[in-house]
Structure formats: structure tokens, C-alpha cells
Ligand binder design. Structure first.
Ligand SMILES: Nc1ncnc2c1ncn2[C@@H]1O[C@H](COP(=O)(O)OP(=O)(O)OP(=O)(O)O)[C@@H](O)[C@H]1O
Ligand SMILES: [Mg+2]
Length: 454
């Protein structure tokens, strides 16, 4: 028999019957192993990965369902067929619930069994082929957990591959939720420092007065409450990577100290007169325009250049819609959902502008999974309300000036109406909060609403 023959375990306690069936299966090209009891079957299963198992349900001692359980627990992909005595449908249904692929009832013709077996094996083949294709697809379109197949993301993956092995300082820019932190971690995990620590510090989350001690550590008595010596994040990241998030919010005094770290790889703990050397790779991130802040005198130019050795720009999600189906699939898997998404819902997911980018998409998918609980398909109604509108909001990225020109006033009015509606929706109709969201006085919003309803 060629290697491609299927290995099958036949479990049946009636010797005569088992031998006949085994013989017939062998004639049809199966490589058959026989077991005359549940115990014997389980022993054989423990050291060989059969393609299929055919077992009688009623066996003395360990019964057929336990054999099925043992087989599926070890080999989720095994094809299990049960043989039920006297055609009791109930037993068969029970077995299928436990993961059996199909059943035949005694007495059966060998062709009946072969038909059921071939169909089940073919189904499994297709399933694993799909899984294989999916795995391949994912392989090609991800870099350390970053999903995307758009041109922008493909370029990003190339860049990341190039820079991961270096020690160069990297500045990641991008709107909120575009994946700045994921990218920073990916760079760390694919580079030579991956065995060492990745230490993240969000500069905007720590009060200005505490940030310096947090970053550089302090010595005992450096300030009230400094009872002992303490390592800062910089030292914790020694030999590893320091991720400075929201670096644009750093005070100018601290900016100068950070510059020194980048230039000389040394620093002083707060209250210490000695310098400490460190070996860290710095990855910084910001969602503000640092170049602009330099021009406005809010950010040190020299520090900007030291940070911006390798700029990595993350495109907003609305500029790479083709990544959305892939991301949706990725998040469905993350939230352990096997549901699919209706094409209508997918269209809305793809036309929405995603101000909160990938994070917002992730939240929307998580919510949809919860809302669609038990159903096999996620529908439009499972999406957050701001996604359920029909018209594509005409704002921002989709703005182009057509050759034939456009009616500016009408367009601006549409944008205004659209954003006001969205603000009200997000705030559940609270006009005060909606006005704040739009940077308007409440009275102005009320006036506009009155005009809109005319
Ligand atoms: N390309 C991507 N593939 C898979 N998941 C992603 C991708 N981009 C972002 N995410 C997910 O989106 C969420 C937000 O990402 P992350 O925290 O890295 O964004 P950020 O740019 O740092 O946002 P913020 O500016 O608000 O801090 C995370 O849960 C992350 O896993
Ligand atoms: Mg972040």
C-alpha cells in the first residue's frame, strides 16, 4: 500500500464481525488496526495518530463513547465514526454531539460504511486545507501580530524587518489607536534584544513632577517620600528596549535630560551626583506633530532629530480599508468567535472613518461578538449605532475636488449636519456633551439644530 493509504482503528468486540469488516476495509485500501475492547483501543490511540476510528458504541468495560472522547481529546482532527446497535438514533446523536463525524447502524453493508468514511475524510481534508490556506494567508500578512495587507502595511513590514536588527532610535507617529505600541513591541520582539526587557513609559500618564524620578529613578532622600534608592524605567530597560509613549508631552527640562541619554547613554538618578551608564534602545511614539511642535518652540529640535533617526508613520485605518476584513477576522479569532460577518455589515465596517482607528475597530468587533451571541452571523444590527447609517460620511479622507468642481456650501452643510448627528448619537442625545465634543457653545449647537430642522 502506498503511504497515502488511510490508517484506521476498528473497535468491535465481536471477533467474527470485526475480522470481516477489517478484511473488507483492507480490500478497499485502508490500513486497518483492530481492537477488541475499549481499553485496547485507547492504548493503540495513545501511540498512533490514526486518520479515522470506527467504533461500536456498546463495548464491555470502557464503552464506545469513552473511546470517542479519548480519541477526540488527543486528536481534534480525527474522523470518528460510531456503529450503533439496533439503530438507536439517540445514541448516534449523542456521539455526534461528542464530536463523532457520522454513524452507521447495525447491521450495515460495507459500502454504507465506506461511503460515510470517505465523505467524512474528504470533509476533514477540505477543512485542514482551508486552515492551511488561512494560516498561510496570515503568515504573509502579519509581522509579529501586526495584521495588514495594504500597500502601506506591506511597506511598513519591510521597514520593520530592516530596523528590527539595528539599535537605531525609532520615532513612531500615528493617530490614536493605529498600533504604535504594537509596532514598538514587534520591533523589540524581532530584534536582537528580544530576550531582554521591553519597558514602556507613558509620559502623559504620569504627573510632570514624578516623571523624572519614574524615568531616571532616585536615591534615598532625593525628595520627600524618597525613602530608599529606586531604579527608574531607564535602568530597568538596560540591555533591552525603552518605549517612551506620548513623548511630545515631556517638559522642556526633561527633554534636555533625555537628549543626554540619547547622546551619551548616561544619566543621573534624581538626587544622585554620580552618572549611571545604560545600554538601551529607545523607541518613542507620539500622536502629535512633533515637527510642528519644534517649529512652535514646544519641542527641542536637537531631541527631535535624535529621536527621529528612523521615522515610522502608521497610516490611519480609513486610508487602508482593505485591511479591515483581515483585521475583523483577526479580532473574531481573538474573541474566540467562529461567527462570520454579513457582507452588509462588512460594507459598513469598511466605509466608516474610524476616528479611533484599529482600537475602535477591535472594540466594535468585541461588542458585535457579544451582541450576536449564539448566532453564526454578525449583522449590521450588531454593530455600534454610529456604524449603522447608510450614507458614507463625506468627511476628511474621502474629500477630493472633482474635475468638474463642487458646491462648497452644500458640502460643508452636509458635513456639519453629519458631525452634529454623530456627536449627539455618541452622547446619547446630550446636547451639552455633544457641544463640548464639537468645541461649540451649547447655545450655538442648539441654534444649528434649529436651523437643520427647518
Ligand atoms: N495592525 C494591527 N493589527 C492587529 N492589531 C492591531 C493593529 N494595530 C492596532 N492593533 C490593536 O489595536 C489596539 C490599539 O493599538 P495600540 O495600543 O498599539 O495603539 P496606539 O497607536 O498606541 O494608540 P494610542 O495613541 O491611543 O496610545 C491594540 O489592541 C492593538 O492590539
Ligand atoms: Mg499607545
Amino acid at each position: 500500500m502506498p503511504d497515502s493509504s488511510k490508517h484506521l482503528l476498528l473497535v468491535e468486540d465481536e471477533n467474527a464481525l470485526r475480522q470481516v469488516v477489517a478484511e473488507q476495509l483492507r480490500d478497499r485500501g485502508y490500513n486497518v488496526e483492530e481492537a477488541d475492547s475499549g481499553e485496547a483501543a485507547i492504548t493503540k490511540l495513545s501511540d498512533f495518530a490514526f486518520d479515522a476510528i470506527v467504533t461500536d458504541l456498546r463495548l464491555p468495560g470502557v464503552d464506545g463513547s469513552s473511546v470517542i472522547d479519548a480519541a477526540i481529546e488527543r486528536y481534534p482532527d480525527i474522523v470518528a465514526i460510531v456503529v450503533t446497535g439496533y439503530g438507536t438514533v439517540k445514541d448516534a446523536v449523542e456521539a455526534i454531539k461528542r464530536g463523532a463525524a457520522d454513524f452507521v447502524s447495525k447491521p450495515f453493508q460495507i459500502d454504507e460504511l465506506l461511503l460515510v468514511l470517505d465523505a467524512a475524510l474528504e470533509k476533514r481534508r477540505l477543512k485542514s486545507e482551508n486552515a492551511y490556506l488561512r494560516a498561510q494567508l496570515e503568515e504573509r500578512y502579519r509581522f509579529e501580530g501586526i495584521v495588514g495587507k495594504s500597500r502601506a502595511m506591506a511597506k511598513l513590514f519591510q521597514l520593520l524587518e530592516m530596523v528590527a536588527g539595528t539599535n537605531s532610535t525609532i520615532l513612531i507617529t500615528g493617530e490614536t489607536g493605529t498600533g504604535k505600541e504594537v509596532v514598538a513591541r514587534a520591533i523589540h520582539h524581532s530584534g536582537g534584544r528580544r530576550q531582554q526587557r521591553f519597558i514602556a513609559l507613558n509620559c502623559s500618564a504620569i504627573p510632570e513632577t514624578l516623571l523624572e524620578a519614574e524615568l531616571f529613578g532616585h536615591v534615598r532622600g532625593a525628595f520627600t517620600g524618597a525613602v530608599g534608592n529606586r531604579q527608574g524605567r531607564l535602568e530597568q530597560a538596560h540591555k533591552g528596549t525603552l518605549f517612551l509613549d506620548e513623548v511630545g508631552t515631556m517638559s522642556t527640562a526633561l527633554q534636555m535630560k533625555l537628549l543626554r541619554v540619547l547622546q551619551e547613554r548616561e544619566f543621573e538618578r534624581v538626587g544622585d551626583s554620580h552618572s549611571t551608564k545604560v545600554d538601551v534602545r529607545v523607541i518613542a511614539a507620539t500622536n502629535s506633530d512633533l515637527g510642528r511642535m519644534v517649529a512652535d518652540g514646544q519641542f527641542r529640535e536637537d531631541l527631535f532629530y535624535r529621536l527621529n533617526v528612523i521615522p515610522v508613520q502608521l497610516p490611519p485605518l480609513r486610508d487602508r480599508k482593505e485591511d479591515i476584513p483581515l483585521l475583523v477576522q483577526h479580532f473574531l479569532a481573538k474573541f474566540q468567535s467562529s461567527a462570520t460577518v454579513s457582507q452588509e455589515a462588512m460594507r459598513h465596517l469598511m466605509s466608516y472613518l474610524w476616528p479611533g482607528n484599529v482600537r475602535q475597530l477591535e472594540n466594535a468587533v468585541e461588542r458585535a461578538v457579544a451582541f450576536s451571541a449564539g448566532r453564526s452571523q454578525i449583522d449590521l444590527g450588531d454593530l455600534p449605532s454610529e456604524l449603522q447609517h447608510d450614507e458614507t460620511p463625506p468627511v476628511a479622507a474621502s474629500l477630493t475636488l472633482p474635475d468638474e468642481g463642487l458646491n462648497l456650501e452644500a458640502l460643508v452643510a452636509t458635513i456639519e449636519r453629519d458631525l452634529i448627528h454623530r456627536a449627539l448619537e455618541r452622547t446619547n442625545g446630550n446636547k451639552g456633551q455633544a457641544a463640548t465634543l464639537l468645541h461649540l457653545k451649547r447655545t450655538t449647537l442648539v441654534e444649528k439644530l434649529k436651523r437643520l430642522s427647518e
